[in-house]
Design a protein around this ligand. Structure first.
Ligand SMILES: [Zn+2]
Ligand SMILES: [Zn+2]
Length: 211
């Protein structure tokens, strides 16, 4: 409510009524609650079931629990990539770069290209997974360092079990369609470049596998 001084016509200062807080026990006052009630599902849940947000130099807990938030995102179509939280991103990335799924993608791609060029392909998903897990045959990097691919020794033949070795994306791109005998000469140099860390940051989109 606004009140005005009749003489000056100015706004009168607001009177602040000080309400005395009920005196609490010291221990009770400083004890933090261990659970919180979700305003959506109305359940008491531990604090780590709630997301946090930062405002005015402090962290606050959200009033919706994580499960309710996820359900509502799904129902209302809010789960676009830009609304996803960091943990959700990490989960998706892990799914994309798991060796098993990487092997499946390699298998599908190789089958498609072999069908197009009428070549033979007798690989299985398990075979590719076991090959990928060993790391690059040429520069000897591990699958957690670079994206794994398959390199065909004889480029005129298809992806056969005896014709493929595991190679990192850097090695595979460097070789290209080079003859295997020429590539053998370059492999030690490639290994040296890898060990010196010179290949780091070359291919920014070569996401390593999480093993
Ligand atoms: Zn809830
Ligand atoms: Zn390599």
């Amino acid at each position: 409510m606004l009140s005005y001084n009749e003489d000056t016509g100015r706004k009168a200062p607001r009177v602040l009524w000080k309400v005395q807080k009920p005196i609490m026990e010291y221990s009770k006052m400083h004890r933090k609650p261990k659970t919180k009630r979700c305003s959506q599902c109305k359940e008491e849940k531990p604090l780590n079931f709630f997301g946090r947000y930062y405002a005015r130099g402090k962290y606050f807990l959200k009033s919706w629990c994580k499960r309710c938030k996820r359900r509502i995102n799904r129902e209302r179509g809010w789960d676009h990539w830009y609304i996803l939280r960091e943990s959700e991103y990490r989960k998706r990335r892990r799914r994309q770069t798991s060796p098993r799924i990487r092997a499946h993608i390699i298998l599908m791609d190789s089958r498609q290209s072999d069908r197009r060029h009428k070549r033979k392909n007798d690989m299985t998903c398990d075979f590719i997974t076991s090959l990928i897990m060993k790391g690059c045959l040429y520069c000897e990097c591990s699958p957690s360092e670079s994206k794994m691919t398959l390199d065909r020794i004889d480029n005129t033949k298809g992806h056969c079990v005896k014709n493929v070795v595991s190679a990192c994306l850097e090695c595979n791109l460097t070789r290209g369609s080079m003859p295997y005998s020429a590539w053998k000469v370059i492999v030690p140099a490639m290994k040296r470049a890898r060990n010196l860390g010179l290949l780091r940051g070359w291919l920014k989109h070569s996401k390593p596998n999480i093993v």
